[in-house]
Design a protein around this ligand. Structure first.
Ligand code: C5P
Length: 418
């Protein structure tokens, strides 16, 4: 099977495997995104039951959603396919969550008042509130979103126990620009996966460094390395899924920021150190995945260094960069364990010995070893966890899967220490 064909097959071991989600569509142009969302949920292993309001049917057909979900769509509370004629009870009892996407301003107002004059609102009201969470992806014009009534409704729905997934910002179908767009399907998917993840890092503040650094030689050239930042971004995402507040200090990479993560972009090792030192007092966990340049040019030329025709290469002098990880690990909070420090080591050979030596040198309780050339730029990796007692292998898997295993390991160590 080709890779592409493989990606089309629902992932039985996907992040939503075994979850049954009722996807409710209310009336709004963002219904076109719900088709993609439905498909994404299924690709992650969920089963999806679509329920549409009459207004939603003005924007997209039930045929499309039936084809994508592989199940007949429900649109009416009088649907005679249900033997007891109680679709609102039957469908809501089997759901792990009801996700209303798009949720129009009108539908939010309806939910707020507990109105139940169509199947979707009836189901939301009839659901066992402590067993079937309600997730809302609002979608509306920016003025409607900013209106005090909508903001009030959102706050009240949230205090009634619903989870509001937020809105995107940008160009809207109405031609205006602002807040209120429905989040994109990949963003919603990330939020839904996070929603179902056990919150083993609740109350923790995780600071992560990721990517390469760039050390300028002159305004147009510099020294960098092949780190893609993928491992660090995966760690940031996994920590956020696990309920931590996450700050990601990223060198120059072109990756999108994981949902719910605060990102600080930096260039050089010195910039990275400054950003990390500013954030560290609030952090309880520091994960240094960045491939920080060991050396930087002693000075960066103000103008481009030109060839002068002599055939002589310019003489560059280098200065050692600060070791960010060692600085934090040796700080009073690092030494006391108030800041749990985790380092990474990219080696080319003798991984266990080299990484263990590095762990001792840096003074960190946990170090993650990997083979540099076998990980740079790839979406998968294999890790070796090393502590004072020994080592444990995490078999080759996606970087996100490994990051989740690492986060679970960090959480259990913090718990034991606390
Ligand atoms: O010494 P080496 O670069 O191999 O150490 C790797 C570990 O140390 C990684 O966790 C990396 O993020 C961190 N590091 C750092 N500051 C440096 C060099 C490495 O934080 N200047």
């Amino acid at each position: 099977m080709t890779k592409q064909a493989n990606e089309e097959v629902p992932d039985a071991g996907g992040d939503l495997a075994g979850r049954h989600i009722v996807l409710g569509l209310s009336g709004g142009i963002a219904c076109y995104k719900a088709a993609e969302l439905c498909r994404s949920l299924i690709k992650q292993g969920a089963s999806v039951q679509v329920v549409m309001t009459e207004a939603a049917e003005q924007f997209i057909t039930a045929v499309t959603l039936q084809a994508l979900s592989g199940r007949p769509v429900y649109t009416s509370q009088w649907d005679s396919r249900e033997a007891n004629n109680m679709a609102h009870i039957n469908l809501s009892r089997e759901a792990d969550a009801i996700l209303v996407a798009p949720c129009s301003a009108d539908f939010m107002a309806k939910l707020l008042h507990g109105r139940a004059d169509d199947l979707l609102s009836l189901m939301c009201l009839a659901r066992p509130i402590d067993k079937v969470p309600l997730l809302i992806a609002p979608a509306m014009n920016r003025e409607m979103w900013a209106h005090p009534a909508t903001q009030r409704n959102m706050a009240q729905l949230s205090s009634d126990g619903a989870t509001i997934l937020g809105v995107g910002s940008g160009f809207q179908a109405c031609g205006e620009t602002g807040d209120g767009r429905m989040l994109e399907p990949p963003e919603l998917l990330e939020d839904i996966i996070a929603f179902f993840t056990p919150k083993v890092l609740a109350g923790q503040h995780v600071l992560v460094t990721a990517g390469p650094t760039y050390e300028a030689i002159d305004p147009v050239r510099g020294i960098t390395n092949l780190s893609s930042g993928k491992m660090g971004f995966a760690v940031a995402r996994a920590a956020r899924e696990a309920g931590a507040q996450v700050t990601l200090v990223a060198g120059p990479v072109s990756l999108s920021t994981p949902r719910g993560v605060t990102r600080i972009d930096v260039k050089s090792a010195q910039n990275m150190l400054e950003a990390v030192m500013q954030q560290a007092p609030a952090a309880t966990v520091f994960v240094a995945t960045a491939a920080v340049a060991d050396w930087r040019p002693a000075s960066s030329a103000e103008r481009k260094i030109k060839k002068d025709g002599s055939g002589q290469a310019p003489q560059l002098a280098f200065t050692e960069n600060p070791d960010i990880l060692a600085t934090l690990a040796q700080s009073p909070r690092g030494l006391s364990g108030a800041l749990f420090c985790v380092g990474f080591a990219a080696e080319s050979h003798d991984l266990k010995d080299n990484a263990q030596a590095k762990r001792r040198r840096k003074g960190v309780p946990l170090l993650v070893g990997n083979i540099g050339p076998a990980t740079f730029g790839r979406d998968d990796n294999a890790l070796l966890l090393l502590d004072a007692q020994g080592s444990r292998e995490l078999a080759r898997a996606s970087k996100l899967s490994l990051a989740r295993q690492l986060v679970a390991e960090i959480a259990s160590r913090i718990k034991r220490a606390g």
